[in-house]
Design a protein around this ligand. Structure first.
Ligand code: SAM
Ligand code: SF4
Length: 495
C-alpha cells in the first residue's frame, strides 16, 4: 500500500500510525492477545534450525525489505543463519542500501541522564543491583537535577533519556514529576524538547501518569527473551517476573502511551535467538495494537562493578555489525539506537548498517554533567563502563566529516505525528518535506549557540550541501527564510 500525502493530512491533520498500520503489517498474528506472553522458544529454535539460506533467497528477502515490507520470522531466521562471508556481505550491503535509499544521512542525537541508582532488583550483570554493596547510590532531585539539565542544555542537547533503577521511590508519579521538571528548566537558548524514559515496568495507571507528563518514548528492554536465561540473571526482585516485563509495553499501549522502545541485552544468550525475540516482540505489538515499537536498542554487555562476565555468549564485533544489518532489514521502519557502550571507532563503522539514533557527550555517573568530569572509570559510581566519552561537539564533528546530517529534531512528536519512522519510510516525500529540513534547522541552532568556530564552518557547509540535495522540494524557500530567522536569534522553528 502506498500512503499519499493526502492520506497523511486528511481529517484532523494529525496522522495516527495505528489507523493504517493494519493494512501493511506482514505476518499479522491474530492469535496474539494483549497482555499475554508470546515468546515460543521452540518455534524460534525450529525456525533457526530449519533455515538453509542460499544467495538467491537472501537476495529476495533483501528486495522485500527494500520494497518497504517488514520481514516475517522465517525470513529473519534465514538472514540470521546466513553464515558464509559472501552472504554476510550481501546482507550488509542490503542494509546500507535500505538506509541510504529510505532514510538518507540523518542521525538523531540524544543524551542519557541517569536520575537514580537505587535498585531493589538483582540483575547479575548490572552495577546498580541490590547485592552490589560497593555501588554508590544516589538520586538527582531539586537543584542537582536542575544543574544537570542546565549543563546538558549548555552543551547543546535537546533530547534526553532519563534512566532510573527500579525502586519504590522511583514510582510513576516520581518519574512524571522528574520529566516535568526537566522540561521546565531553560538555560540561555537551551531547552529540552523531548524526554524519553528508561525505567521499570509500570501498571496501566502508572503509564497513564507518566504519559500525562508529555514524555516521548518509554523504553523497557527484555534483556533476554530466553525464559531460563532470564531466570538465571534475574533471581529476585520484581524484575524476576519474565512475563510481567514481556507484557509491560502492552500495558503502556493500553494506557495510550503508543511510543515504546524495546531492546535486548546482547551477551546474555544466543544473539540469533535474541534478534528473533525482538522481531517477534515487534509483530506482537503490531498484531495487538497496530503499531510496532518506535525504537529497538541492542546494548552489548559491558564490564560493571563486581561482575564477572560469562564469556559464552559475548558478542564479537563482527556479529554485532551483522545483527544491526539484519535488524535494519527485518524491521525497516523502526528506529535503531546505538549507544556509547560501544567505542567511537566501532560506532563509526557500524552506524551505516542502519542506525538512526546515537547518544553524544554521554556521561552515566550521576551528577557528572554538572561537574563536567570525564568518565571516572570508577565502576562503583556507574551502571557499567562506557567506551565512548567524547563530547557532543566531537561526535557532531565526526558525523559531519562522515557526511551524516546530525539532527535534534523533535517535530513529529510535538505535532502529534506519531509513528514518524513509519512515515519516513512509507510516505512519499516525507523526508524531504519534514525530516531533512528539521534536521537542518536544529543543526543550525546548534552551530549558532554551541559550536566551536571550526565546527561552525564545517556545519554550514553541510547545511548548504543538504539544501542542494533537497532540490525541487517545496520547502526550500521557506527553509532558507527560517535559517535566516535562526541567524537573527529565533529558535525552535520546525516543519
Ligand atoms: N532499571 C531499569 C530496568 O532495568 O528496566 C532501567 C534500566 S537500566 C538502568 C538500562 C539498561 O541498561 C538495562 O535495561 C540493561 O539492558 C542495560 N544494562 C544493565 N547492565 C548493563 C551492562 N553491564 N552492560 C551493558 N548494559 C547494561
Ligand atoms: Fe536495577 Fe535495572 Fe540494573 Fe536491573 S538493570 S539492577 S533493574 S538498574
Amino acid at each position: 500500500m502506498v500512503i499519499s500525502q493526502h492520506n497523511l493530512e486528511s481529517h484532523t491533520g494529525v496522522f495516527k500510525i495505528s489507523h493504517i498500520m493494519k493494512f501493511i503489517t506482514q505476518s499479522y498474528r491474530i492469535e496474539d492477545k494483549p497482555g499475554v506472553s508470546f515468546i515460543d522458544k521452540q518455534e524460534i529454535i525450529e525456525l533457526l534450525g530449519n533455515a538453509r539460506p542460499d544467495s538467491n533467497q537472501i537476495k529476495d528477502i533483501i528486495q522485500k525489505s527494500i520494497e518497504k515490507n517488514r520481514l516475517n520470522l522465517e525470513e529473519a531466521a534465514c538472514l540470521l543463519k546466513a553464515d558464509n562471508p559472501e552472504q554476510i556481505e550481501q546482507i550488509k550491503e542490503g542494509a546500507i542500501r535500505l538506509k541510504e535509499a529510505v532514510y538518507g544521512n540523518r542521525i538523531v542525537l540524544f543524551a542519557p541522564l541517569y536520575v537514580g541508582s537505587k535498585c531493589t532488583n538483582d540483575c547479575q550483570y548490572c552495577g546498580f543491583r541490590v547485592s552490589n554493596k560497593d555501588a554508590v547510590r544516589s538520586t538527582l532531585s531539586g537543584n542537582k537535577l536542575k544543574n544537570e539539565v542546565i549543563a546538558l542544555e549548555d552543551s547543546g542537547q535537546k533530547r534526553l533519556i532519563l534512566v532510573f533503577g527500579e525502586h519504590p521511590q522511583y514510582n510513576a508519579r516520581y518519574i512524571a514529576d522528574t520529566a516535568r521538571k526537566v522540561y521546565s528548566v531553560k538555560s540561555k537558548n537551551g531547552e529540552i524538547r523531548r524526554v524519553n524514559i528508561n525505567a521499570a515496568p509500570l501498571d496501566v495507571e502508572g503509564f497513564k501518569t507518566v504519559a500525562d507528563a508529555g514524555i516521548g518514548t518509554y523504553q523497557i528492554f527484555q534483556e533476554t527473551y530466553d525464559r531460563d536465561t532470564y531466570k538465571f540473571y534475574h533471581p529476585r526482585g520484581r524484575k524476576a517476573d519474565y512475563d510481567n516485563r514481556l507484557t509491560a509495553l502492552d500495558r503502556a499501549q493500553d494506557a495510550g502511551l503508543d511510543d515504546v522502545g524495546i531492546g535486548a541485552l546482547f551477551g546474555l544468550y544466543d544473539w540469533r535467538f535474541e534478534v528473533m525475540g525482538l522481531v517477534r516482540h515487534t509483530n506482537h505489538l503490531e498484531a495487538c495494537y497496530n503499531v510496532g515499537p518506535h525504537t529497538i536498542s541492542f546494548p552489548r554487555l559491558q564490564d560493571s562493578s563486581n561482575v564477572v562476565l560469562n564469556q559464552q555468549y559475548l558478542l564479537q564485533d563482527s556479529d554485532f555489525s551483522r545483527l544491526i544489518a539484519i535488524l535494519r532489514l527485518a524491521v525497516p521502519y523502526t528506529g535503531l539506537i546505538l549507544t556509547a557502550r560501544e567505542n567511537a571507532l566501532l560506532r563509526k563503522k557500524v552506524m551505516r548498517y542502519g542506525v538512526s539514533q546515537i547518544d553524544g557527550g554521554t556521561k552515566i555517573e550521576l551528577g557528572a554533567y554538572a561537574k563536567n568530569s570525564g568518565s571516572t572509570q570508577n565502576l562503583c559510581n556507574e551502571q557499567f563502563r562506557i567506551n565512548d566519552d567524547r563530547t557532543l561537539g566531537d561526535v557532531i564533528e565526526e558525523l559531519l566529516k562522515e557526511d551524516y546530517l546530525p539532527s535534534f529534531c523533535t517535530a513529529c512528536y510535538r505535532l502529534g505525528r506519531t509513528g514518524e519512522h513509519f512515515m519516513e519510510f512509507s510516505v512519499p516525500g516525507f523526508i524531504k518535506r519534514f525530516c531533512s529540513p528539521n534536521a537542518i534547522l536544529t543543526l543550525a541552532e546548534y552551530l549558532e549557540d554551541y559550536a566551536k568556530p571550526e565546527l561552525v564552518k564545517i556545519g554550514w557547509e553541510m547545511i548548504d550541501k543538504n539544501i542542494r540535495s533537497l532540490n525541487g522540494s517545496t520547502n526550500v524557500p521557506e527553509l532558507k527564510k527560517r535559517l535566516m530567522r535562526i541567524k537573527e536569534g529565533e529558535r525552535d522553528l520546525y516543519f
